[in-house]
Design a protein. Structure first.
Length: 118
């Protein structure tokens, strides 16, 4: 996945996440918009025209071509939002692969769930 630093946060664009999950961007974005109310406001944001232009100018050719002619401004999702999307996309096989990687990682196993739930 292609995380980038935008607004001093490590984020991934909706198009990049859709590509990583082998989904059409339009389908992914519509699913995200439908379930947007479940996400904390600070876990995602929509890029401005200037940020979109900066992405087009500074990143790889295929990504910039996709963004240059986009009819809408892309969303940027932080790691918690990506994790929530992976949980929402139950039937997507790539989402299952990424979920399994996350759940089997040593960092995830060391999380103190009791401390989080207090």
């Amino acid at each position: 996945m292609k995380f980038r630093i935008i607004r001093n946060q490590k984020v991934i664009t909706d198009a990049d996440l859709a590509e990583a999950l082998n989904m059409q961007c339009k389908v992914f974005t519509s699913m995200f918009r439908r379930s947007k109310d479940f996400f904390p406001q600070e876990s995602y944001f929509q890029l401005t025209y200037e940020e979109q232009r900066d992405l087009v100018k500074n990143y790889c050719f295929t990504h910039s071509e996709r963004l240059r002619y986009a009819k809408r401004l892309p969303f940027a999702l932080t790691a918690p939002a990506v994790f929530m999307m992976l949980c929402i996309l139950r039937k997507n096989t790539m989402a299952k692969v990424f979920r399994n990687k996350i759940f089997s990682s040593s960092a995830f196993k060391s999380i103190d769930i009791e401390a989080l739930l207090k």
